[in-house]
Write a protein that binds this ligand. Structure first.
Ligand code: HEC
Ligand code: HEC
Length: 215
């Protein structure tokens, strides 16, 4: 579906380029990355009317389209944040249809890390105590590494940079635990980290210990 959308847009781009009489044929690859101005409305689908009416009051559609393709809890938390923290006038009855729409059009329904069988990895880490060496395994299990890398910024900050930021902060562990449990944005930029309430306290402690120990 998105592939079809892409070819259509690409076709429109070529037509537009042709109409303006640009000498595109010699530089087709360069022209192709000059995207047309973003249209300030949501993709047509069930629920788009709610998003168009409710989400463009305060900001442009890019706030939604530039988010990583995320699961339902991310979008639900996002909509509730807009509603509760920023005072977006969304009625409670609109929340679920709106989240359905956002997940379908700008998110994903399932992803591989979430599909890992829940029992085994947490069992193993619970049994082995608080060993930071388990950090990478837990981070993989919950999909943290989709957005984070140890040494480079991806969607979220590099874990090494987080360790550096918290080097002298005695509350680092509880702040990291809070970030994992509740998600959030604004500490490193506008992109929202989704909440991970499914990560156990023990696993969170291991993750925090591992991240803070990175140099
Ligand atoms: C009442 C104003 C308002 C409305 C209405 C609103 N937002 Fe926001 N939104 C904000 C503010 C303020 C920010 C934070 C801006 C910043 O950090 O630059 C934001 C940021 C965002 C972000 C970026 C991530 C984040 O949490 O900072 C997303 C995603 C988002 N909004 C989605 C939505 C969606 C979906 C809707 C429709 C349900 C919506 N917004 C409606 C005020 C609003
Ligand atoms: C969808 C992408 C995404 C996923 C998945 C994700 N994060 Fe993040 N993470 C972010 C973003 C974006 C930020 C920056 C948020 C901000 O600016 O406040 C962040 C920030 C953080 C921080 C820094 C908090 C601080 O206080 O400065 C930690 C620690 C963290 N993430 C750990 C994790 C762990 C552990 C997981 C897996 C359980 C995880 N993240 C999964 C995107 C993600």
């Amino acid at each position: 579906m998105s592939y079809k959308g892409f070819t259509r847009e690409f076709g429109a781009l070529l037509v537009a380029a042709g109409l303006t009489g640009m000498m595109v044929y010699a530089h087709a690859a360069e022209v192709a990355i000059q995207l047309p101005p973003e249209v300030n409305s949501f993709k047509q689908d069930v629920g788009a009317e709610i998003a168009n009416a409710q989400c463009l009051i305060c900001h442009s559609v890019e706030y939604i389209t530039t988010q990583p393709k995320m699961l339902r809890p991310f979008w639900k938390a996002g909509v509730q944040k807009m509603q509760q923290k920023y005072g977006a006038p969304i009625s409670d009855a609109q929340v679920e249809p709106l989240v359905d729409y956002l997940v379908k059009n700008y998110g994903v329904v399932t992803n591989a890390p979430g599909a890992v069988s829940p029992g085994t990895a947490s069992q193993a880490s619970a049994d082995s105590g608080k060993n930071p060496a388990d950090g990478p395994g837990i981070a993989t299990k919950y999909g943290c590494l989709v957005c984070h890398n140890v040494s480079a910024k991806v969607i979220g900050p590099a874990y090494r940079d987080i360790a550096a930021k918290y080097k002298t902060d005695a509350e680092a562990r509880s702040k990291i635990a809070e970030q994992v449990r509740k998600g959030g944005s604004g500490k490193w930029g506008p992109v929202l980290m989704p909440p991970f309430p499914q990560v156990s306290e023990g696993e969170t402690a291991i993750l925090a210990q591992w991240i803070l120990g990175l140099k």
